[in-house]
Each structure stands twice: as C-alpha cells, then as structure tokens.
Write a protein of this length. Structure first.
Length: 245
C-alpha cells in the first residue's frame, strides 16, 4: 500500500505539470503540497535513502505546511475578492498560531499535535463549504465538475485525516501499522479523485482561455474597423474648418 499510495500521490503532480497548471493561479500550492507528501512517502518506504532525522523533520514540516498550502490553493474556489481576503486572513492567522506554538513548545511532535487539531477543523470547514457550492453548481448548471471533484477529494481526505489524528495523536493507538494502512488508503483514493478533477478542470480552463482569446481578437478587429471611420471624420472636420477659414 505504501508503493501504491506513492504512485497515487505522483498522479496529481504529473497532471499538474503535463497540463501546464504548475503556474496557474493557486495550483503551485497544490503542487508543492503533493510533492512534499510524495517525497515523504518515498523516504518512509525506503525508496529514498536518508537518515531517520531527515525523515522526522521532513514529516514535521509537511504537517506544519499542510493547512497553509491547502488554504492557499482553496483561494481558487473563492467566489469574490472579499471571500479571498477572508481565506488569506485565516491563512495568515493560522501561520502566526503555528509560529507561536513552535516558539513555545519547540519544533517537535507536541507542536504538531497542538497545531493539527485546529488546522484539520479549519480545512474541513472550507472544504465542506466549497464542496456543497460546487456540487450545487454541477448538478443545477452542469458545469465546473472538475472543481466539484477536487473539493470532494479534499473533503474526503481531511475528514479521514481528522479520524486518523484522533486515533494516532490523541488516543495514541498501539495499532500503528493499521493506522498507516488507513492513511495509505485515504491518500490513494483522494489522490486519484483529485487527479480526475484536475483533468476535467483543465478542459474547462482551456475552453475559457479560448473564449478569452476569441473575445480579444474580436475586440481588436472591432477597434481596427472603427479607426478608419474616426480618421475619415477627422479629415471631414478639418476640411470643414478649412472652408470656414
């Protein structure tokens, strides 16, 4: 399952790069998010040979950057500049909260345990909000299915992460292997689901770009058509003025 989940984690990275979304709006945050988790998976499964300290601190960093990267990507789903500012405000506040916790308790598992709880709640709240909105749009208007799939993937992932957080960090289960198996299953399903959403969304983005290009070309043609008329009118006015003079 570790190998399968690593392959699954690589699929959104691959599609973001192949479909040229790596620099599109907030997709870079999603790319960094999956790249970090993918590399961590390769480390823990032994495909990348590093010492235990590197794996430990890479895992801590992944956990601390998880929610800020997610919130940054979710700006893509924002419906207005005001809501975008709200997401950014929550992101900055959460980063400040992380910094305060790390300064007080250190860069360790205890800090991650304190930070992940509120972080997962925030993530689930935004993912649920966008999932409901995008699902309604998809059902009623038959569009933006890609966004609905991505929102569903993230909601599923963070809903399951919440359960894993309680089992692993709060209740400190002795069945660590079973917990990791659940984690690998969640990662696999959510990664394939978001990959499907990325593919569908890229088609919508391409159509939108084609429409923008067409409008721009029509605007240029219209502007060029208007220029001779404007110039002719100017000549006529000048001619009339010369006659009066």
């Amino acid at each position: 399952m570790g190998l399968i989940s690593s392959i699954a984690l690589f699929t959104p990275i691959l599609f973001i790069l192949v479909l040229r979304l790596g620099a599109y709006k907030t997709f870079p945050a999603l790319l960094i998010y999956y790249a970090g988790v993918f590399i961590y998976n390769l480390m823990t499964e032994g495909y990348i040979q590093v010492n235990a300290d590197v794996i430990h601190y890479w895992g801590l960093t992944n956990n601390l950057t998880d929610v800020p990267l997610l919130l940054t990507f979710l700006i893509y789903f924002s419906t207005s500049p005001a809501f975008t500012r709200r997401i950014k405000g929550v992101t900055y506040a959460f980063i400040l909260f992380e910094a305060i916790v790390v300064l007080i308790v250190g860069y360790n598992v205890k800090a991650v345990t304190i930070i992940l709880g509120p972080g997962i709640i925030i993530a689930i709240s935004f993912c649920l909000l966008f999932f409901i909105r995008q699902t309604k749009i998809t059902i009623l208007h038959h569009k933006a299915a890609g966004k609905a799939l991505m929102a569903a993937s993230l909601l599923f992932a963070y809903g399951c992460y919440g359960i894993i957080y309680l089992i692993y960090y709060i209740f400190k289960t002795q069945h660590v292997a079973d917990t990791f198996l659940i984690y690998f299953l969640v990662v696999t399903i959510s990664s394939f689901l978001i990959s499907a959403g990325i593919i569908v969304e890229q088609k919508r983005i391409r159509r939108l770009n084609e429409m923008k290009l067409t409008r721009r070309e029509l605007s240029n043609i219209y502007a060029e058509d208007q220029k001779p008329a404007a110039q002719t009118r100017t000549v006529i006015l000048d001619f009339d003025r010369d006659q009066w003079n």
